[in-house]
Design a binder for this molecule. Structure first.
Ligand code: TGC
Ligand code: FAD
Length: 386
């Protein structure tokens, strides 16, 4: 029995949602899976080519309306993230940052001109975006950011450094959050603006099939129209994070499913002490526990998706989903790794790649500790961040 059959998850989806899931899986099977272990190994990704491929199948900003975006439901978007992350968390990251962070920021807070200029080519994958919130000294606490935007006549002048920025060096536009006299504001910084540089972060052991960069803003002068007019204060960037975190609730289950499918196959064919590994009770306990957590995580993701579609989801519910599903996915990946024995440490199988990728997923978009504290605050009314 396939693990998804245990919970009859497919029966909870519409025909359209199943079709979208299948279509994204087909693209991953054809364009991503055959190459992804190699990209991971070399730490190099054909990001532009991939963005065009993903744009051509309509997954970039697929949950946004208008401006070349498909306007699909939250569950469809989640299932696309699931299939992408079943291939590699780095690919889901590319799509999350493009659609849920950079495009969403422009879609939600941008002027009509900004939307018309950027959203259609970004939906098509002709232009890539990144999202610069984290700084070298301020990750979990973005409210402490040091990047500034100072008015000079009608222009803005930006100074500061952003760190760990996905898609940074391949982006055509960076959404940069900076401190101004009127609080935190967002700016669209085009690649090539004088004083703006992006450097790739090397020697990563996790999320190697993804571009991660440092952005340096050294007196970057921007016209008044570069500011996102609709975002004021920290709620601007945090509002975007809710979108991307939601995609991860589904995505993490994709990585876990790929690990579990691999472990089931391996346990069925590997003989130990003259019997298939799958026939031992210790192995079956691992497999059963993993199928349970996977099923529960999928049901949680679907429930949150339906709440999002109904327009009632809260940031705390998204935190609950991100915390639970990434934590369980990482646990599943590590357990699957044990089932594969020594084979589990090689790139011949996807399991160790998923496991080390999920270490990044546990940290970005709010660490597991931060989401625990979000839930703690919701339950007690007492914030414990500071
Ligand atoms: P706090 O005083 O609680 O809030 C400041 C303002 O923000 C509002 N707010 C939210 N609004 C929308 N959605 C949320 N989830 C929100 N959380 C808070 C809040 O109502 C308030 O609004 P206002 O109007 O009163 O000013 O802020 P705090 O400084 O105490 O911090 C709260 C905390 C710790 C939860 C927040 O800073 C946080 O979430 N930290 C984690 C940072 C984070 O997740 N960074 C991710 C960077 S991007 C990334 O990692 C991309 S990875 C690539 C990929 O996705 O694949
Ligand atoms: P810190 O905030 O320094 O945290 C270190 C440890 O302290 C963590 O365990 C944390 O949970 C814990 N901690 C922090 N505060 C508390 C507290 N109050 N109580 C108890 N424990 C606490 N950022 C972007 O803006 N854009 C991107 O595109 C992006 N992409 C990323 C891609 C990758 C591969 C990675 C790894 C990160 C990316 N990030 C991005 C940055 C990411 O969001 C941050 O790494 C994350 O928010 C944590 O910040 P930090 O690394 O500075 O850790």
């Amino acid at each position: 029995m396939h693990p998804s059959t245990l919970f009859a998850i497919d029966g909870l989806l519409t025909d359209e949602e199943r079709d979208i899931r299948r279509a994204v899986r087909q693209v991953c099977d054809k364009e991503i899976r055959p190459h992804v272990a190699g990209w991971f190994e070399t730490g190099e990704l054909p990001a532009r080519e991939l963005a065009r491929t993903l744009g051509s199948v309509g997954v970039l900003g697929m949950h946004l309306d208008g401006y070349g975006c498909a306007g699909l439901g939250a569950v469809s978007y989640g299932l696309a993230c699931l299939e992408l992350e079943a291939a590699d968390s780095g690919l889901r990251s590319l799509v999350s940052v493009q659609g849920s962070l950079a495009m969403y920021a422009i879609w939600k807070y941008g002027s009509e001109e900004q939307k018309r200029e950027w959203l259609p080519p970004m939906a098509a994958g002709e232009r890539i975006g990144c999202f610069g919130l984290t700084e070298p000294d301020f990750g979990s606490d973005p409210g402490g950011m040091r990047t500034t935007a100072r008015r000079d006549g009608s222009d803005w002048v930006l100074n500061g450094t952003k760190m760990w920025i996905t898609n940074g060096s391949v982006a055509d536009v960076a959404v940069v959050w900076a401190r101004t006299d009127e609080g935190v504001r967002g700016f669209l910084v085009p690649a090539g603006a004088p004083g703006f540089t992006a450097h790739d972060l090397k020697r990563k052991v996790s999320l190697r099939a993804s571009v991660t960069s440092e952005l340096v803003l050294d007196g970057v002068r921007l016209p008044a129209e570069a500011m996102l007019p609709g975002a004021r204060g920290l709620s601007g960037p945090l509002g975007c994070l809710n979108e991307a975190r939601f995609g991860i609730v589904f995505g993490a289950m994709g990585a876990a499913l790929d690990c579990l499918e691999t472990a089931l196959d391996y346990a069925a064919s590997r003989e130990v002490f003259a019997r298939p590994l799958a026939s031992y009770q210790l192995t079956q306990e691992k497999l059963a526990d993993m199928a349970l957590e996977l099923g529960k995580g999928m049901l949680l993701a679907l429930h949150l998706g339906r709440l999002k579609e109904a327009g009632t989801i809260t940031p705390e519910q998204v935190s609950a989903g991100k915390l639970n599903n990434v934590r369980e996915a990482l646990d599943i990946a590590r357990t699957c790794r044990t089932i594969l024995g020594a084979s589990g440490i090689t790139l011949e199988y996807p399991v160790i790649r998923h496991a080390v990728n999920l270490e990044s997923v546990l940290t970005y978009e709010g660490t597991s500790e931060i989401h625990t504290l979000v839930l703690g605050k919701a339950l007690t009314g007492l914030p414990a961040f500071h």
